[in-house]
Design a protein around this ligand. Structure first.
Ligand SMILES: Cc1ncc(C[n+]2csc(CCOP(=O)(O)OP(=O)(O)O)c2C)c(N)n1
Ligand SMILES: [Mg+2]
Length: 557
């Protein structure tokens, strides 16, 4: 970092200038006097020819989820500005979600003034003990003079691997005060991780080339660390079958012969070596135990992460490495090319046969004529209508699990799910962020009817800011992902039903958008065409069969 000459202005102006230096162009917020200086900073910067868009929403969770999604999509920290007290506490779930998913974002909080602290000022609460556990860095900047350096620290921590949410607040009296500070100049290499240990890469390359049935799993951090291109180069050069998850989806594009996500069970249970890159060995990956069923040996496991503290300590590992993931893939490829590798053709073709069989089985569900509609049919209609650069966002239970099965992104950075924190309600915030980050792409938000209740009022934000997105609802009139498991465990369910066939499209219309209810599977395609052509926020409310639950063997716990 080199510094430009010092800037003098009120603390909001300093904060906005530092955010802009880090590449931020949008501030997600909901009004509160404690953070007015941030708004005035944005207005003044815009007047001076440095535009900072103010995107005001209807619930702070939406602002914070929009910032999280911006971080995921652009790989530049998203910025949420939340007023003191309830504004900040309403953003806590999104911060926790960002911590779990390694999403770069900065939350700026208001704070009761220093000169009244301890005397009972409005919303006087110390936020740091609340946000500390859900952020990677949290600080109160006590004077206007601390703001430029404090914001730079927050952005730097958010964007450096392992990425995550950071938090700063400024006491209200100091926020309005004038200070001086340095505005940083951020280099192209900002946030890049450490160089990986070459001996570790040599050991891992030897494990890979010597394996008989290797499997590679690519996760969110491969995308976040900008290693998606190097990862695909590695996969194609050595020909290793690959599964992707989270933001890793699309790195090996849907339909690629080495993408074996649809043969997940066969791949995981049949592999003798599993190399996991850029995602924790958590519940989504069986806590790092692969195979070992029916008396067969479990696979050897290699874990590679963007930073050393992300290597899962609980798993028995044959090897591990950490650091900048582009260097990891390039280093592994160079080492692998120096040695002879085992012939994997039988392993790869058996997985490809399993993929083909699974795809054929999917095709039946994707064209299901059932009445009420089977949720899979919605994807049968949606997937052929998606362009390669479409952004698909999931917010729901079973309905989104079906999407994970049927939507295989063609490009990385185009799939947003809540990640391991699994928080319902991120949908509208993520859709707002996607519409801004990818102005010429389709944005498809998949909503469960339950999930929609958390954030549907923010259709108002889409309307006010002219942000057309297509919302597609699987409306089974239930919290389906809880109803099914409760039935399985108890033989009955409670607290799992929602009002039948609610006309959520009418809610969207009342807020100034458009939409329709669909009950006939044959009408879904035409409804989607109208939605994508509408140029306005549009909800296709498809009434689906509550009994068509996503098939699950476990509760994921
Ligand atoms: C904030 C939050 N509250 C509760 C849950 C627990 N939960 C997970 S899935 C689910 C049901 C979602 O229902 P819906 O969005 O209608 O999707 P469906 O499963 O019916 O397709 C619930 C309540 C959660 N993940 N997040
Ligand atoms: Mg539902």
């Amino acid at each position: 970092m080199t510094d430009q000459p010092d800037l003098t202005g009120h603390a909001g102006q300093l904060a906005v200038a530092v955010a802009q230096a880090h590449g931020v162009d949008t501030m997600f917020t909901l009004s509160g006097a404690h953070v007015f200086p941030m708004y005035d900073g944005a207005v003044k910067a815009t007047e001076e020819g440095r535009p900072m868009r103010l995107l005001d929403v209807r619930h702070e969770q939406t602002a914070a989820f929009a910032a999280e999604a911006t971080g995921k999509l652009t790989r530049v920290p998203g910025l949420a500005v939340l007023t003191a007290g309830p504004g900040v506490t309403n953003g806590v779930s999104a911060m926790a979600q960002a911590k779990f998913a390694g999403s770069p974002m900065v939350v700026v909080g208001g704070r009761a003034p220093n000169n009244r602290w301890g005397t009972g000022a409005l919303q006087e609460i110390d936020h740091l003990p609340i946000v500390g556990p859900v952020t990677k860095h949290a600080a109160t900047l006590m004077t206007a003079g601390d703001v430029a350096a404090g914001f730079h620290d927050a952005f730097t921590a958010a964007r450096s691997s392992h990425r995550g949410p950071t938090y700063v607040d400024v006491p209200m009296d100091e926020f309005f005060n004038v200070g001086t500070g340095a505005v940083p100049v951020i280099g192209a290499d900002a946030g890049r991780g450490a160089a990986p240990d070459t001996d570790a890469l040599d050991r891992i390359a030897a494990l890979i080339t010597g394996a008989e049935r290797p499997l590679l799993i690519l996760g969110t951090d491969v995308w976040a660390d900008r290693a998606d291109v190097a990862a695909l180069r590695f996969v194609e050069a050595i020909g290793v079958p690959t599964i992707t998850n989270g933001m890793g989806r699309g790195i090996v594009p849907g339909g690629h012969p080495l993408l074996v996500t649809k043969a997940r069970g066969a791949a995981i249970n049949g592999a003798d070596l599993v190399v996991v890159v850029g995602t924790p060995l958590d519940f989504r990956l069986g806590y790092g135990i692969f195979g070992g069923k029916d008396g067969t040996a479990a696979a050897q496991v290699v874990h590679i992460a963007d930073s050393s503290d992300q290597v899962s300590p609980h798993a028995a590992l044959a090897a591990s490495a950490s650091g900048d993931l582009t260097s990891v893939f390039d280093g592994l490829l160079a080492a692998a090319e120096r040695s002879q590798r085992t012939d994997w053709s039988a392993w790869v073709s058996s997985l490809q046969e399993t993929v083909a069989a699974a795809a054929a089985k999917d095709a039946e569900l994707l064209s299901a004529e059932a009445d009420p509609v089977h949720p899979a049919r919605i994807y049968g209609e949606l997937v052929p209508r998606l362009a390669d650069d479409a952004v698909v966002i999931g917010d729901g239970g079973d309905f989104v699990s079906f999407a994970g099965k049927f939507v295989e992104p063609k490009r990385p950075g185009c799939w947003l799910d809540p990640g391991p924190y699994g928080c319902l309600g991120a949908g509208l915030g993520a859709a707002i962020a996607a519409r801004i980050a990818r102005p010429s792409s389709q944005v498809a938000l998949l909503l469960g009817d339950g999930a929609a209740g958390f954030s549907l009022m923010d259709v108002d934000t889409l309307v006010r800011h002219d942000l057309p997105v297509v919302m597609i609802m699987g409306n089974n009139s239930a919290w389906g992902l809880e109803k099914g498991p409760m039935q399985m465990l108890y033989g009955y369910d409670v607290a799992a039903d929602l009002a039948p066939r609610t006309s959520y499209d009418s809610v969207v219309k009342a807020l100034g958008g458009a939409g329709e209810t669909v009950t006939d599977p044959k009408q879904i395609g035409r409804a989607l065409d109208r939605a994508f052509a509408a140029g306005a926020p549009y909800l296709v409310n498809v009434i689906t069969d509550v009994d068509a639950a996503y098939p699950r063997a476990t509760f994921g716990i």
